[in-house]
Design a protein around this ligand. Structure first.
Ligand code: IMP
Length: 428
């Protein structure tokens, strides 16, 4: 029996979707613990590409229950579209999907408010996905959020909505000079969603803890990454949820003492979407080359991702925050053919050297990376299935990362497909 948390170790888009998909083979259930449809998890099965936004990628395995936990924020229309899209492609979605009663709903006014806030911030904008994620979490913390469980009680839902719209419309109309929302329109729209989603709404904490008692294998899937975590990321250029390992406990209602492993997913280089500091960003043609070869465009928004070298300073921070028991390296093949590969081992700022990730944004923004250089490899590593079959230089790159971080690398992903993987350790 194992309860494994999968966490992005960088700024998201590390390739968690594929790893969750592969590990689901031996899992009895997969649960997502935070974020919303700002995430996009890409999985390729038999040359068919699936992009999942809030349903755990475990759904692609027949008969495995999947849970959307209380820590997730749910846009009901987007979820319905995701369910329908999967069904159309022959994927079973029915009594294998459970949506927490306590998961908060993204309401239409959340994206409207976010749009206005981003506009007002001008050059200081976060560069959000525009999906209303931040404002939905704001309402949750402000104790005025609407939850999926409310969809089951129309009268209660309408009353809460009435109270919320009084404030929301005042803010939208008076402050932002934008359009407000009509109570009956929103109510009707959401009752339509209630009809479609009520079959999935459940007490997911009860289901999960029962499975833990039954000694089942569970996989908990995070979205985004540690550096986008609202507490431990590059605040305020972060998402609004707890993407790091701790979020799995609060976001699912599972005690920390039940977690048996925390696995960090690390892309062989670094990417980031949206604004915010990125010390190892490559601003020349090599950055563009990585973007093109790695298909580094947002799975949700299509925005080009900023690309850079691997950053050990940031990764050490992620190791500390999450307590990784093992690591997975993804997209190693994207580095094929690069003559010299750099790894950032420290930062420099105002003549001072930093080995630890600075908490101060104004400092981090001015940090220059200190690099160690490694020989690249000419050979094509995509599809390699044994560590020993990797070019010596690629082996050495992996070994160096392991040594610098002090955590074992247990899986290496060598391509998009399920079987393009090197497993040096069975996790379940
Ligand atoms: P939000 O999550 O839409 O509020 O966006 C906040 C920040 O997180 C922005 O920089 C987004 O680009 C980034 N972000 C949100 N979701 C993802 C993701 O799944 N991958 C990478 N970046 C993300």
């Amino acid at each position: 029996m194992a309860v494994i948390v999968i966490v992005g170790a960088q700024w998201g888009d590390e390739g968690k979707g594929k790893i969750v998909d592969v590990l689901t083979e031996k899992a009895d259930c997969v649960a997502r613990y935070q974020g919303g449809h700002n995430a996009g998890h890409t999985v390729v099965i038999n040359n068919e590409k699936f992009i999942l936004h809030i349903i755990p990628s475990g759904i692609l395995h027949k008969g495995k229950p999947c849970i959307i936990g209380n820590g997730v924020v749910v846009d009901p229309l987007s979820l319905i579209e995701e369910i329908e899209g999967l069904k159309k492609r022959g994927i079973e979605v029915g009594n294998n999907l459970f949506l927490s009663k306590n998961a908060h709903l993204i309401m239409p006014y959340h994206s409207a408010i976010e749009r206005e806030q981003e506009k007002l911030k001008g050059s200081k904008k976060i560069g959000t996905t525009g999906k209303g994620i931040g404002p939905a979490y704001v309402d949750k913390i402000a104790r005025i959020g609407m939850r999926t469980g409310d969809l089951l009680y129309p009268e209660i839902f309408k009353e809460k909505l009435r109270t919320n719209l009084t404030h929301v419309n005042l803010i939208l109309k008076s402050l932002y000079k934008a359009e407000g929302f009509d109570l009956d329109d929103v109510y009707r729209e959401y009752m339509g969603y209630a009809e479609r989603l009520s079959e999935y709404i459940a007490d997911t904490d009860v289901i999960l803890n029962k499975m833990i008692d039954e000694k089942k294998n569970l996989l908990f899937e995070g979205a985004q990454g540690t550096l986008l975590d609202v507490d431990h990321g590059t605040y305020p250029y972060v998402t609004s949820s707890s993407a790091s390992a701790g979020g799995a406990c609060t976001g699912l209602g599972v005690s920390p003492i039940k977690i048996t492993k925390v696995i960090g997913i690390v892309k062989a280089y670094t990417t980031r979407v949206g604004e915010g500091p990125f010390p190892t960003e490559i601003k020349d043609s090599l950055g563009e080359k990585l973007r093109e070869k790695g298909g580094e465009y947002g799975a949700t928004t299509g925005r080009p991702r900023r690309c850079g070298w691997l950053d050990i300073v940031a990764l050490r921070h992620a190791v500390r925050i999450n307590g990784f028991s093992g690591l997975v390296i993804t997209k190693l093949d994207i580095l094929d053919g690069i003559k010299k590969i750099k790894i950032c081992t420290a930062y420099k700022c105002d003549g001072k050297k930093y080995k630890e990730f600075p908490k101060e944004l104004h400092l981090l923004e001015r940090c220059e990376p200190v690099y160690e250089e490694f020989s690249g490899w000419e050979e094509n590593t995509s599809g390699v299935k044994k560590f020993g079959n990797l070019p010596k230089e690629a082996q050495s790159y992996i070994k160096n990362i392991e040594k610098m971080l002090g955590v074992e690398i247990q899986i290496i992903s060598s391509g998009q497909k399920r079987d393009e993987i090197i497993m040096t350790k069975e996790l379940f």
